[in-house]
Design a binder for this molecule. Structure first.
Ligand SMILES: Nc1ncnc2c1ncn2[C@@H]1O[C@H](COP(=O)(O)OP(=O)(O)OP(=O)(O)O)[C@@H](O)[C@H]1O
Ligand SMILES: [Mg+2]
Length: 243
């Protein structure tokens, strides 16, 4: 699965011939192969769905694409530039633009501080104009039907659906080039699920963000994505594509 380059520019993220094994057992003597020469391309503005059995390596692919986990071999390209050869300063500059929404959204926030403080830290990092950033935050909260006062609480004291929407807002504020959404809707009621999925779709269309959307819900992926891949027995197989 290589890049067809629908757009004239480079892919948001490209994986080329990725191999990955994990060590098994206390002595790390045995290895379990997870990915065997996996290639994948996510263009700007494109939503690519990734399905596959539990434990097949979907989260591992996402983490490798984000540089959070290292492949044993193969290449990872961010906007056409090989991640392994990016100067440290450049990687640090680009890092906030390559985001992840976790299956457990509370991981996006520091556990013991208020959400307000966590957001303030994010905003300080991303924006020069504090007023503009805060206005944007409260607008997004309104859009996602969240009350402003929940920001006074730590992440453990808001509901699963609320924290998922807050994690998405945190991500939107960073205006990512590429997003790994790792089963972001699996814990939500159908209404919030649709809201989060729609928000991700809008971000992709309006901002040209590439998305790798991981889910066990094949029908959701078909509605949401331009194409769907299935990871099975260490390889990626095309499972569905828009005409
Ligand atoms: N750091 C690690 N060390 C050892 N094994 C690991 C590590 N991370 C993942 N694994 C193993 O690699 C395999 C793939 O894990 P991964 O989390 O990528 O699967 P997944 O497809 O995302 O599964 P799920 O659908 O349940 O989320 C699993 O067997 C898992 O136990
Ligand atoms: Mg997973």
């Amino acid at each position: 699965m290589t890049c067809s380059h629908i757009n004239s520019g480079p892919a948001a993220v490209e994986l080329r011939q990725i191999h990955k094994s994990f060590s098994l057992g206390l002595l790390n003597t045995k290895k379990k192969r997870i990915l065997n020469g996996v290639s994948l391309c996510v263009e700007p503005g494109q939503l690519v769905g990734l399905s596959g059995p539990s434990g097949s390596g979907k989260t591992t692919i996402g983490n490798i694409a984000l540089g959070l986990s290292r492949a044993d071999s193969g290449r990872v390209l961010w906007n056409g530039r090989e991640l392994n050869y990016l100067p440290r300063k450049e990687k640090k500059r680009l890092r906030p633009r390559f985001q992840k929404i976790f299956q457990d959204p509370a991981l996006s926030f520091a556990p013991f501080q208020t959400l307000e403080k966590s957001f303030r830290d994010v905003l300080r990092f991303l924006f020069l104009d504090k007023m503009q950033a805060e206005k944007r935050l409260s607008m997004l909260m309104q859009e996602m039907k969240l009350e402003q006062n929940i920001l006074k609480r730590p992440p453990g004291k808001v509901s699963g659906g609320e924290i998922q929407r807050l994690a998405l807002i945190r991500c939107i504020l960073a205006e990512p080039f590429f997003l790994v959404a790792d089963e972001p809707t699996s814990r939500l009621d159908p209404l919030v699920q649709a809201q989060v999925a729609r928000q991700i779709q809008t971000m992709a269309a309006e901002k040209g963000m590439g998305v790798l959307f991981i889910s066990h819900d094949f029908s959701l992926l078909k509605v949401l994505c331009h194409k769907v891949l299935r990871l099975e027995n260490t390889s990626l197989i095309p499972a569905w594509q828009t005409e």
